[in-house]
Ligand binder design. Structure first.
Ligand SMILES: NC(=O)C1=CN([C@@H]2O[C@H](COP(=O)(O)OP(=O)(O)OC[C@H]3O[C@@H](n4cnc5c(N)ncnc54)[C@H](O)[C@@H]3O)[C@@H](O)[C@H]2O)C=CC1
Ligand SMILES: O=C(O)C(=O)[C@H](O)COP(=O)(O)O
Length: 381
């Protein structure tokens, strides 16, 4: 069996090698001629999987080790009887870590505490739901918008998008890209909604770039400069709009979900689905393969107030400024599109907050609920 696998997929050898010949190729270089030799195709988000890619292939199973599936033409797969699996939720924790690192940073720059803001979460699935739980545990008031969930579960817990946009200080967009249908998300934040945002709003998009009209946002920022913006995802990646990029406060190259833990989970989820598809028993488990964290423990004693302690621990584990700086540096050095992809391909080690044990000395015991809320493992000494 010939397995064609994106070379950015960690633990690919450990999980898949015994199934046959592994060919590892950069995701953007997986084309029809590479696919023609493959039985199994395992990708991440940068490989469009469509009729053109599969037309001359004998591929019988496609797996994407990502949450998002908008790069996969599911109808084309179904028409060819090709099995499919994605990795729901695999890197949701990492995206929430990214959001918290970013929000703590912009609040620090503004000299305000996060819990003085009301946050609107648009798309309350694996990412948005986890974000809600962590923010609520920090005492941050949240409004939720998720029409597909509201339809199934009833609308009590949800508001509509325009109500949310009027009522919140921070908007966090975590929707999948859906181009048509009753709940389409293409340009969900369109020119009208972007123009209507209250001055001072903090706007974060870590869903998909096309869920937000980038040209309209650029226009608002150029004309008024009165929003604080955090963009991890962009239209036309990797050739993103440089004018918009310069205007955005926290600009990162689609790495919100790029923790090693999230990527490894994605590999395991697709491995499990492939083994089921092939009718084979599972032989490998992430719990046996994952490396221990390089930073296992941090110890705090008395002296920090709550928000200072949160910022310290968050930044020690994951500081979003590292990714902002690397996009700035690499885009200047290599041009925007190449620099954008370079940052993703050479992404440094990042572990999730849950891998860090924060040990509290007796004088710092009162920090326990806050650090737990953010996602760390807290112990007392
Ligand atoms: N920036 C990054 O690195 C990453 C981005 N993502 C993106 O985030 C998206 C969300 O991820 P998950 O929460 O894990 O997906 P999910 O499928 O668990 O949740 C998505 C939620 O959005 C809701 N939704 C759908 N249409 C909507 C609409 N029109 N308005 C409001 N809500 C709507 C769904 O009902 C669902 O509850 C993914 O589809 C992916 O595109 C995911 C991982 C990493
Ligand atoms: O899981 C998703 O959906 C994502 O957006 C991934 O974090 C994207 O990862 P790469 O495809 O950029 O490796």
């Amino acid at each position: 069996m010939h397995l064609l696998i994106d070379h950015q997929i960690p633990l690919a050898d450990a999980f898949f090698a015994e199934l046959g010949h592994l060919e590892r190729v950069p995701g953007r270089e997986i084309d029809a001629s590479a696919a023609a030799k493959a039985d199994i195709l395992i990708v991440r988000s940068v490989t469009p999987v469509d009729e053109a890619l599969l037309a001359d292939s004998r591929v019988r199973f496609v797996g994407t080790c990502t949450i998002g599936t908008d790069h996969v033409d599911r109808r084309a797969l179904e028409a060819r009887g090709i099995g499919f699996a994605s990795a729901p939720g695999c890197n949701a924790e990492a995206v929430v870590d990214y959001v918290l690192s970013s929000l703590l940073l912009v609040c620090e720059r503004k000299g305000v505490a996060l819990d003085t803001h009301r946050v609107g979460i648009v798309g309350v699935g694996n990412v948005g739901g986890r974000l809600h739980r962590r923010l609520a545990a920090l005492g941050v008031e949240c409004l939720l918008c998720d029409p597909p969930r509201a339809k199934v579960e009833g609308s009590d817990a949800f508001v509509d998008l325009d109500t949310l946009l009027e009522a919140v200080d921070i908007v966090c967009l975590h929707t999948p890209l859906v181009r048509s249908g009753a709940h389409a998300t293409y340009h969900l934040l369109d020119a009208t909604r972007i123009a209507a945002l209250e001055p001072g709003t903090i706007l974060l998009n870590a869903g998909r770039g096309d869920c937000l009209d980038g040209e309209a946002l650029c226009e608002r920022l150029e004309q008024h400069g009165d929003l604080t913006t955090i963009l991890d995802v962009w239209e036309h990646e990797p050739a993103i709009d440089e004018t918009l990029w310069r205007l955005v406060d926290i600009a990162t190259p689609h790495i919100a979900g790029h923790s090693l833990d999230g990527k490894m989970r994605g590999t395991e989820q697709v491995y499990q689905a492939l083994m089921e598809y092939l009718g084979l028993p599972l032989r490998h488990y992430l719990a046996d393969l994952a490396p221990p964290p390089a930073l296992p423990r941090l110890t705090l004693d008395a002296g920090y107030d709550v928000w200072e302690a949160l910022r310290l621990c968050v930044r020690t584990c994951y500081d979003v400024r590292r990714d902002v700086d690397s996009l700035g540096r690499e885009s200047r050095r290599q041009g925007m599109a190449t620099g954008f992809d370079h940052c993703r391909a050479h992404y440094p080690l990042r572990r999730e907050f849950s891998t860090l044990e924060v040990e509290l000395k007796p004088g710092a015991a009162e920090l326990a609920p806050w650090l737990t809320a953010v996602g760390f493992r807290v112990t007392m000494s």
